[in-house]
Write a protein that binds this ligand. Structure first.
Ligand SMILES: C[S@@+](CC[C@H](N)C(=O)[O-])C[C@H]1O[C@@H](n2cnc3c(N)ncnc32)[C@H](O)[C@@H]1O
Length: 245
């Protein structure tokens, strides 16, 4: 099953809303934790470089929570998503805020995904765990390696396994930590990877880890069906920054 139409449908309701400052503030607020890490990486590794001269891409950027904040600082921002409606919402919302963000429609789990040029900062706010299958993850990490500049960083946040997880009806977690959802048939929807395996996955893909922190207190709901589940039995979170080895 192709999940792009499923994600796409979720964005249509936002097109019926007026694009206001309140809406952009709400979306931007949701990514403030990861933005803090992006700022730390910028301070540490691009201290003498202005935001205006940095090329940034947000992968699986959705409505552009991080993209808008970096565009406001002056960075040249591209937002990639495979849901056309996500690109439409992010374009309309960023334009309503007087911001310019380039958008690209791409499936980042495909081996032929390409963009022009390379980037100083690649941002992944919750995309990587939406690529559950090994070939998708290999293609994605290859894409990252191909598009990172020599001094560039991929900075991201992703869900990871914890000892005890509660999996509601309609979902199952297999031995490879792939979460499947029943849509009439079982469909792989998330990877809830063990954090040690995530480190290995980066290394195997030729990426060196500069920052890797496991946030036991930050619970991730894989979808709205998990909203009522206590935080201590939901996936935890890892924030990371990696660069080309
Ligand atoms: C969990 S949402 C995160 C959205 C946003 N980055 C955020 O943090 O709010 C995942 C996003 O990735 C997009 N996505 C999922 N799989 C993708 C793929 N294979 N290629 C490109 N985008 C994908 C979805 O359309 C969705 O916008």
């Amino acid at each position: 099953m192709d999940l792009a139409p499923y994600y796409d449908e979720a964005y249509t309701k936002f097109l019926r809303q007026p694009m206001t400052q309140e809406m952009s503030q709400k979306i931007e607020k949701e990514s403030r934790g990861l933005l803090q890490l992006v700022d730390e990486i910028k301070e540490k590794f691009f201290a003498n470089v202005s935001w205006e001269s940095l090329k940034v891409v947000e992968l699986g950027g959705g409505m552009g929570g991080i993209s808008m904040q970096l565009a406001r600082r002056g960075a040249k921002v591209t937002l990639v998503d495979f849901a056309p409606h996500a690109l439409e919402v992010s374009t309309r919302l960023s334009q309503s805020q007087g911001l310019e963000i380039k958008t690209e429609l791409l499936d980042l789990g495909r081996p032929d995904a390409r963009l022009d040029g390379q980037f100083d900062l690649m941002i992944d706010s919750h995309l990587f765990h939406c690529l559950p299958l090994t070939p998708q993850r290999i293609s994605y990490l290859h894409f990252v390696r191909e598009h990172l500049s020599d001094h560039g960083y991929l900075v991201g946040e992703t869900m990871v396994h914890r000892k005890k997880l509660f999996i509601p009806d309609g979902y199952m977690l297999d031995q490879e930590n792939i979460l499947w959802q029943m849509f009439g048939e079982w469909v792989p929807v998330r990877k809830i990877i063990d954090s040690l395996d995530l480190e290995e996955e980066f290394k195997k893909a030729g990426l060196n880890i500069s920052y890797f922190f496991y946030y036991a207190n930050y619970a991730f709901a894989p979808s709205a069906d998990f909203w009522d589940i206590p935080a201590e039995v939901l996936p935890a979170s890892v924030r990371f920054a990696v660069k080309k080895a």
